[in-house]
Design a protein around this ligand. Structure first.
Ligand code: TPP
Ligand code: MG
Length: 579
């Protein structure tokens, strides 16, 4: 057989005639998809029939919101796109929160929604919704397939768009007749998108300008965001920071990109950031933003943000540069490529010994602080206990609220890709389903899902999945019998008028765990907490832990809304060191 013949044969193999559902399955195989999160319904019945026959690994969540948050958790930990299938109408609209969440936090997802048949689109058919219209602003891109011949190309493009440049969710709406129609399946094609060519390599001249700015500066600081993690650039960030002796602060989503125990690490910045991180951003003369988008929760009042600094910003998305903060040195690039180039330049480090000494002094004098108290569980102490119990190695997922901030402050992430939280959208109910995806992405990891008593009740139906798959997730409910973060704001800014934020009659979460066939444990004191944590982590299976914590605890430090980062409240000087 000649070489030509072999190539022709290979080509012929990829040009099979398949129906739309089988095309989808073949495309997912070609993309190396290991797991699909989804929920069936009328419009996707042909697809589910083929999934059944093909024996694809599909996780039936108990709500479509659970499926998409699980896919987000999977994407965050694996770095690969999360894949979701939902039916038309309500199945698709149940994805809206997750799509918005993934869009804001730049998570690569490929979502397939069923749609009514092309012949009835626009007739208000049963379970018809204009999913392309609804999801237009909350997807990186979306498609409706109108002809079977387009399907392979569209799927190929969707994976490409979701995972390149700034990652994001891409949705493909597939009418039911397309899932049955037959066509030629050719997946061996190049993606041709002239209007979508993300810049990944930095401009050399701008890199030179940054090298020069560092050498001239006295008080440089790096603000590192999730872009560092998306680019797998934690090693490069560390090398660069060490080479240039530049201290690093993280955004909420960036945690783990730089080791928390590194002497150059100053902590998380922003509304509940550390004193040192926030003061570093206020006092610096050179601010190097790497892969963060200057979210308002990080900057505080923009008029007071980094008032003394020249700003450099490395971002894969040019639309982010200069959006909120005037930027002198714009570098459109993948974070890894830019850091490699900066390291290779071996620029003259800043003359910043006095600055580093000042930062060390602040770190020593104003560490994160809470008042210890016996006979109760301090939520901060609880997070510290979990940190110790898991040797700081766990994957931690959270909901949104006070517990999320305490987890961010007190669980010290020394490794990348261990922290899964909803940053941009702040979605209560994210933590539990995200833990499912995270555990499936890393089967051997210890996964702890730290959730609020409020947020847990938004998606706890996914306990069924955890039980069914016997995922050894430890679910930690930080039960303050309140929508704690709302309660905190009402205490501080609404004269203690606790409008609809106190929930003294929470259900019995231990019994709930038992109803789902899972072990439930409760603790009300620190000693009990230590005991149940020991029990839970000794078991290689799911456990739900209900911790009744001190209910009136607040998250500090805090930058009140409208204030600058230097106007934190709740900062306490460490007594011995201040003498
Ligand atoms: C879906 C959703 N609805 C409302 C909010 C507003 N919100 C932010 S934090 C919070 C309280 C969360 O309570 P809980 O889950 O118990 O966490 P805690 O703050 O008590 O730790 C609320 C209602 C939100 N972030 N997400
Ligand atoms: Mg609560």
């Amino acid at each position: 057989m000649t070489r030509m013949n072999v190539e022709e044969q290979e080509k012929a193999k990829t040009k099979m005639k398949l129906n739309g559902s089988l095309m989808l399955i073949e495309a997912l195989k070609a993309e190396g998809v290991e797991v699909i999160f989804g929920y069936p319904g009328g419009a996707v019945l042909p697809l589910y029939d083929e999934l059944y026959k093909a024996g694809v690994f599909h996780v039936l969540t108990r709500h479509e919101q659970g499926a998409i948050h699980a896919a987000e958790g999977y994407a965050r930990i694996s770095g690969k796109p999360g894949v979701v299938i939902a039916t038309s109408g309500p199945g698709a609209t149940n994805l809206v929160t997750g799509l918005t969440d993934a869009m804001m936090d730049s998570l690569p997802l490929v979502i397939f929604t069923g749609q009514v048949a092309t012949s009835v689109i626009g007739s208000d058919a049963f379970q018809e919704a204009d999913v392309v219209g609804i999801t237009m602003p909350i997807t990186k891109h979306n498609y409706q397939v109108r002809d079977i011949s387009e399907l392979p190309r569209i799927i190929k493009e969707a994976f490409h768009i979701a995972t390149t440049g700034r990652p994001g969710p891409v949705l493909i709406d597939i009418p039911k007749d397309i899932t049955i129609a037959e066509g030629e399946f050719d997946y061996d094609q190049d993606v041709h998108l002239p209007g979508y060519q993300p810049t990944t390599q930095p401009n050399h001249w701008q890199i030179r300008r940054l090298v020069e700015a560092v050498s001239q500066s006295k008080r440089p600081v790096i603000l590192a965001g999730a872009g560092v993690l998306h680019a797998n650039a934690a090693d490069e960030l560390r090398q660069y920071a060490e080479q240039q002796r530049i201290p690093v602060v993280h955004t909420l989503l960036g945690l783990g990109g730089f080791p928390a125990d590194h002497p150059l690490f100053l902590g998380m910045a922003g509304m509940h950031g550390t004193y040192t991180a926030n003061m570093a951003l206020y006092e610096c003369d050179l601010l190097i933003n790497i892969g963060a988008r200057f979210d308002d929760r990080v900057t505080g009042n923009l008029n007071d943000f980094a008032p003394k600094a020249t700003v450099a910003h490395i971002d894969i998305d040019p639309a982010e540069i200069g959006k909120n903060v005037p930027t002198k040195i714009p570098i459109v690039s993948d974070a890894k490529a830019a850091l490699q180039e900066l390291i290779a330049q071996q620029g003259k480090p800043a003359d910043n010994a006095a600055w580093l000494a000042q930062l060390d002094e602040w770190k020593r004098r104003f560490p994160l602080y809470y008042e210890p108290e016996a006979g109760t569980i301090k939520p901060q102490k609880l997070i510290e206990m979990i940190y110790e119990m898991t040797n700081g190695e766990a994957i931690v997922t959270t909901d949104v609220g006070q517990h999320q901030m305490w987890a961010a402050q007190y669980y010290k992430f020394n490794r990348p890709h261990r922290w899964v939280t909803s940053g941009g959208l702040g979605t209560m109910g994210f933590g539990l389903p995200a833990a499912i995806g995270a555990q499936l992405a890393d089967r051997s990891a210890t996964v702890v899902s730290i959730v609020g008593d409020g947020g847990f009740q938004m998606t706890f139906q996914e306990l069924s999945v955890i039980q069914e798959l016997q995922l050894p997730i430890k679910i930690v409910i930080v039960n303050n019998q309140a929508l704690g973060m709302v309660r905190q704001w009402q205490e501080l800014f609404y004269d203690k008028r606790y409008s609809h934020s106190l929930i003294p009659n929470q259900p019995d979460f231990v019994k709930l765990a038992e109803a789902y066939g899972m072990l439930g444990l409760r603790a009300k004191t620190e000693a009990e907490a230590a005991d149940v944590l020991k029990q839970a982590f000794a078991i290689n299976g799911p456990v739900l832990l209900d911790f009744h914590v001190r209910a009136d605890e607040n998250v500090y430090p805090m930058v009140a809304p409208g204030k600058g980062l230097h106007q934190m409240v709740g900062v306490k000087a460490c007594e011995e060191s201040s003498q």
